[in-house]
Write a protein that binds this ligand. Sequence first.
Ligand SMILES: [Zn+2]
Length: 178
Amino acid sequence: MWICYNCKEENEETFDACWNCGFLREGKAPENLETFKKVKTEIINEELKKAEEIPKVHVPIQRPTSVTVIFWILIVIAIIRLLILILILLSVNFDTGRIGSFVFSIILATLIELVVAFGLRAGENWARMLYLWLKPISIIYGFINPKIGNIRSLFASFFYLIILFVLTRKNVKKYFKQ
Ligand SMILES: [Zn+2]
């Protein structure tokens, strides 16, 4: 090991000139100092370029447990609701067509909720936005509609607030916006 006179950099025994500044081991400036500087700059630029070309590894954010829990709650509720609605449809006298169409509209809404639940599970931000914006509308509809009733709508509101809280957490948002 020897120390360069010019830049005080450590050099390997096998080097005749400083790897850092190009000065000779004896402390003299080399005749081709300009060439050395030029080549050194080129090599550094080359290395920088290579470093930029290395593809950045995209590490996916794991699905937060809270989102998985919401998914399963939504799925279970939707399945129970669909079963009840199908039972109602089977027992309803189709002369009273208005009840039938009401039940069908709830079945449609439930199917949309199923799609949204799977979207949430897959980390799709459209599903998150759809849930956050459409659910209040359906809750307001529930308060207005006497067939749904205020108690159920109050429960739905409470449930919505919990999901609103979860879906607006920082880590959850990150998961949906990756
Ligand atoms: Zn040096």
